[in-house]
Design a protein around this ligand. Structure first.
Ligand code: GLC
Length: 575
């Protein structure tokens, strides 16, 4: 583990464990903490710096654990607090840090506070921890405003009062099983400070903060018309009354100060879907969070000009406020990048058997490998999603009856939702459920093709995606690419993305013709090279030994001295 005080998160590669789909020790078909512990050496072997666990707290699982009933306990589905402590200790012993997912925007309807709110009267302190309002219309039969749930339908649900009469409405920006807290109430703020302390005292290294843009709702909660093309989770809705309200930042300043009282560089990472890098950077100003997911990067299509623009923009916007840029290609909410990069951008509805365009299975793997080869050479911190290191595609053909994402039911199947990226991952080619669960159970059906992606098969194949990731991660660490600066290489043509990072030159070919590689030693390549040429949809890292790559290859000369100056300017953690 890198030393405390090193601000490890500035260059960390953080691996997302989606616990229900990672590894199942109990045999019930749902992954658990004991299963994750059994596989921990595989994570160490991969070469990551930290893991982020999607939620495992007590929950009725109406939104796969993002509906929390008790923030201080583990759901029996996933094990016990002792199982968590065992995982944490084993991870730390291997130099791997552990970040947990905190869901502060809403609880589950089964949270004790929400039950108390239902049993109490309108206007009571119990109701005031959530966002209850009287309905509109003569008898309060209409929702208080026109806000829509991110999962479809109205964002309001009407309750029955304790005396059996139709009553008030509560706000739920997500599923009706996820009532939003009232973050203007100091009692809610105190409670979450206490929850943070609970996990910090257990030794966690930080928090990924769910819906970090949404905690505060605009005063008055007036009607709002989402723009037609609002983007994933309304991310391009600039006037949203619940996205990035200014008072939300006070909350994170308080959390930052709390974390700072603990040793070991604990970290807050914002899940904030906002329209631009500049807006997202507001969450990582000094004294607030440490990192924010770079969804603008994730949503960029496979296009060199667009990628260059978003990378440049990110490397400007985040360092401008003293934060590292971060990079991410896949997570549990989006189509896996081995499929998505073959599609037009903005695939917010998911993909399923009736989708108008379905990329052929395996067709996106070359792009996915090239995309990761680019990403892991970028300065800053990177997030990986379990299974992408195996080259897993999105599972498209999940039967309707098996789909569990509330998005599918709330839109009557119009939007497929996110189950296709959540299918339990394969470990052993010849075992039941591909080694996910010894019983052969799996909460979502695994496709037959999973065996070919199993970790044991890929570990044995030098050309596998797993071994590509292992190599990239080892070389990234060796060359310290995470803490550095990027210098673009121009003039290699419109179909090429190329840049220097320290003594590594990265070249990616988006065009149809094979591209001659600059001279130097090839450190890693996302696919086979042909006569020192880079085929289409392939990227490579070349060790130029700090030597200018020379105009004959189309690259911009760069001298070592320039690089040293730049590193000094941007702060080199090695110093
Ligand atoms: C975040 C999570 C997503 C969840 C939603 C509601 O966007 O990543 O999975 O459904 O918040 O908690």
């Amino acid at each position: 583990m890198s030393a405390a005080g090193s601000e490890w998160w500035r260059e960390a590669v953080i691996y997302q464990i989606y616990p229900r789909s990672f590894a199942d020790a109990s045999g019930d078909g749902v992954g658990d903490l004991a299963g994750a512990l059994r596989r921990i050496d595989d994570l160490a072997d991969l070469g990551i710096d930290a893991v982020w666990f999607s939620p495992f707290m007590r929950s009725p699982q109406h939104d796969a654990g993002y509906d929390v009933a008790d923030y201080r306990d583990i759901d029996p589905l996933f094990g016990t607090l002792a199982d968590f402590d065992a995982f944490l200790a084993a991870a730390h012993a291997r130099g791997i840090r552990v970040i947990v997912d905190l869901v502060p925007n809403h609880s589950s309807v089964e949270h004790a506070w929400f039950r108390e709110a239902l049993a109490a009267a309108p206007g009571s302190p119990e109701r005031d921890r959530y966002l209850f309002q009287d309905g509109r219309g003569a008898h309060g039969e209409l929702p208080p405003n026109n806000w829509e749930s991110e999962f479809g339908g109205s964002a309001w649900e009407r309750i029955e009062e304790p005396d059996g009469t139709p009553g008030q409405w509560y706000l739920h920006l997500f599923d009706s099983s996820q009532p939003d807290f009232n973050w203007r109430n100091p009692v809610v703020r105190e409670e979450f400070l206490s929850i943070l302390r609970f996990w910090l005292d257990r030794g966690v290294d930080g928090f990924r903060v769910d819906v970090a843009h949404g905690l505060i709702k605009k005063e008055g909660m007036a009607d709002h018309q989402k723009p037609e093309n609002a983007g994933p989770m309304g991310s391009r809705d600039d006037l949203s009354p619940y996205r990035g309200q200014p008072e939300v930042h006070e909350i994170y300043r308080e959390w930052h100060d709390l974390l700072a009282t603990y040793d070991g560089d604990r970290v807050l990472c914002a899940e904030a879907w906002l329209p631009t890098s500049d807006k997202t950077a507001l969450w990582v100003r000094s004294g607030e969070m440490h990192q924010a997911f770079n969804f603008a990067y994730l949503m960029t299509a496979w296009d060199p000009a667009a990628l260059r623009e978003v990378i440049t923009d990110s490397l400007r916007a985040y360092p401008a406020v003293g934060a590292p840029a971060t990079w991410v290609l896949s997570n549990h909410d989006v189509i896996r990048h081995a499929t998505r990069l073959m599609m037009p951008p903005d695939q917010d509805d998911g993909i399923g058997p009736r989708s108008p365009f379905i990329p052929a299975e395996g067709s996106g793997l070359a792009r996915a490998r090239a995309a990761t080869t680019i990403m892991l050479a970028l300065p800053g911190s990177a997030y990986l999603y379990q299974g992408e290191e195996l080259g897993l595609p999105e599972v498209v053909d999940i039967p309707d009856a098996d789909r569990q994402d509330p998005t599918f039911a709330r839109t009557a199947g119009r939007r497929y939702g996110r189950d296709g990226c959540r299918v339990p991952i394969p470990w052993e080619a010849d075992a039941p459920a591909c080694g996910f669960s010894a019983s052969g159970e799996s909460w979502l059906p695994q496709p037959a093709s999973w065996a070919a992606h199993a970790r044991d098969a890929e570990r044995a194949d030098p050309r596998s995606t797993l071994n590509l990731y292992r190599r990239l991660l080892a070389e990234r660490r060796e060359h310290r690419l995470g803490r550095s600066v990027l210098v673009w290489v121009d003039d290699m043509g419109d179909d090429v993305l190329a840049f220097h990072n320290r003594d590594v030159t990265v070249v990616a070919n988006f065009g149809a013709e094979p591209l001659p590689l600059p001279s130097g030693t090839v450190i890693a390549a996302s696919g086979p090279l042909v006569d020192h040429h880079l085929p289409t949809d392939t990227a490579a890292w070349i060790d130029t030994g700090g030597v200018p790559i020379g105009p004959e290859t189309g690259g911009v000369p760069i001298v070592r001295a320039d690089l040293e100056d730049l590193l000094e300017h941007y702060g080199d953690g090695a110093a």
